[in-house]
Write a protein that binds this ligand. Sequence first.
Ligand code: ZN
Length: 456
Amino acid sequence: MAGNRWVGVRMRCWTALVLGLVAGFASKSAIAADCPGRPDALGTSRTLVVDPKAHPLIGTMQYRETLPLDDGEVVLTFDDGPLPKYSSQILDILAAQCVKATFFTVGRQAQANPEGVRKVRDAGHTVATHTMNHPSAMHRLPLERARQEIDNGIASVTAALGDNGAALSPFFRIPGLARNDGIEEYAKSKGLQVWSADFPADDWRNVSSTRVHDLAMQRLAANGKGILLLHDIQPRTVAALPRILHDLKARGYRIVHVVPASAEQPATPTEPQQWLLHPPSENIAISRWPKIPRFAFAETSALAAPQLTESWWNDGAVLGANFDRTKRSARGVPLPREAPWPREIQVAQAGTATLPVPAAGVFEIAEGLRVAMQGMPSSAQHADRVRVAQVEAERPAKPARIAVRNGRRAMAGKPVHPARVAAPANRNTLKRAVHDKKTGRRNSRHQEALLEPAPG
Ligand SMILES: [Zn+2]
């Protein structure tokens, strides 16, 4: 019995292997059959059916989610057409490689060239919209205008297709990727899926076609997979596309064609993490912090106060070098280590001159001034003291001028005059000055000095 069961398992394994090989062969045959006469074409490896409402914002250039692609899978998107001269060439290049893409068409272009939109549809590509007029700063438009741009774009492309919107996908790209919350909310309310991208190739800039090719391949290599943003109205894109498709094939990348889910075509089954460019795995470090678990404390108890030696800054060096400081501490907590002052800079003196010893009179303070200073109140006349200080800072008081003059005379070896005493600016004088100010009287020299306005 056991032997028979083992044989049965082996048979099932072989059957699965053979079926797998047949399926793989069939899928390769399907690509080859899709591209008659071009067995070496890049082809389209699979069709991905998505539900726009389940994932309303995609493209990691701006959003958390993107298409659920496997490594090495690429979705090509072309914006701003149709423009007959270049869009037709893009369609020819894609057809030659049996590659299916998504075209974000502009309503005004569709009005001018409805045949171009039908060509995109008839070639089997996905037709999507990109507003009516491609405003340069969509995010700054009043919301009502932005809504009109979206609605009119859809209406114009639908009219160009002439099929009541049967072939128009609910995929929408904001011009310049200039998003705002209102635009996204409105698109969501209409059941649209807003497509950003995973990487551009800068083909709208003034760069060479070689640069477009290089950027596309470099950024794809960095991402490993994703939505590539191109423009079918640019000659440099027309020039770069054959080499891009050639290198995609040579480097083993696979093209995925994306279509919206419908009643006849249900969405491809996917897992939520497949919509993240870098799903969390054991091999990829997560970029977001894990959630902090909520601990339930069964009981709480007072913790013991830390010991002196357990504080992080209180190391042996501190205790040894600043023993006295630790002794001076309050409540057993030592004071922090003293900050070392920078060393004093030694300034070399170029030359020294010997000056005569100043006479004792230079340092004399006139008795009247000292009395006046001592007589100043501590708080009652603060405003007046400030004004006195301002006036005196500007013009030295008479005793001070005498002292300066005596100093000069002493330096010159001349006899020093006895100090002449200025009128004391005592409390009564100040009171009188304030009173005079209030009453408008101007009858004292001292008052004139006190009421002189401050300089500046
Ligand atoms: Zn555009």
